[in-house]
Write a protein that binds this ligand. Sequence first.
Ligand code: BV8
Ligand code: ZN
Length: 243
Amino acid sequence: MEEKIASLRDVLKEADRVAALTGAGISAESGVPTFRGDEGLWRNYRATDLATPQAFARDPELVWEFYNWRRELISKVTYNPAHRALVELERIVPGFTLITQNVDGLHLLAGSRNLIEIHGNLWKVRCTKCREITLDRSPDMGTSPECKLCGGLLRPHVVWFGESLDPDILQQAIATSKACQVMLVIGTSSVVQPAASLALEAKSGGAVVAEINLESTPHSPFMDFTLHGKAGEIVPKLVENWA
Ligand code: BV8
Ligand code: ZN
């Protein structure tokens, strides 16, 4: 593992355009449940059952209970060494861009700035009537929060399953993936689309792609590097003794 990390670090040092694509696994060591691990359940529901427009239309209060549970949990945790290492990478590599599938806001909290949140952000809410987007950090928004402007029902400003990603944000993520020379794919099972295809975009753009994940994924076979282990242990080693 050490020599793999050292050779990936050498590749990173040569690059001036580096991208990272992160998933729930990078926040696991902060204590945030991942989606597909068995701890990803809430009251016997799977996130994929509740993070959908159909579930919200059918029972908005249940969906708000689910999101308040996540807001409460995430308000009590913080970033971990893997998040911090990506902030350090952004400092040393001028052309670094971070693309995250996560909505927990931990990359922002850790200090990442050149960040594309392709699935939105849990701390933002959007009015279902006037579409006003506001940042609200309260852990519990109640089960039918109302828009201050028009009284409409608020919803989490995240992309649900079955919903399209914001086209501009997706285009920006695709362009970044195509243009990078190295892509680090960290803590994602690479099953959710279109996010998972960003690694393929990077590969087809000629980038070196590296997977840092606890287990192998459907994308492992085409990775140039597969580093299996904890993100909180591996990612910091990529930026240590850089000089
Ligand atoms: C779209 C916001 C269509 C919400 C999220 C069949 C039926 C229905 C739909 C589909 C289908 N097949 C494909 C689809 C499309 C669907 C999809 O991909 N479904 C999946 C389930 C197959 N995609 C969509 O619906 C997308 N939209 O396609 O639009 C469309 C097109 C045109 C017009 C109209 C519509 C929208 C997808 C976005 C969904 N929203 N989040 C919220 O979070 O509340 S996605 C959600 O899953 C999170 O963002 C999460 O990040 C993401 C992906 O999961 P991962 O991040 O990979 O997390 P996971 O638990 O899976 O894996 C964690 C990994 O980390 C594991 O491998 C684990 O081993 C590893 N790990 C754990 N600990 C560590 C670690 N690694 C390192 N260190 C550790 N310590
Ligand atoms: Zn409104």
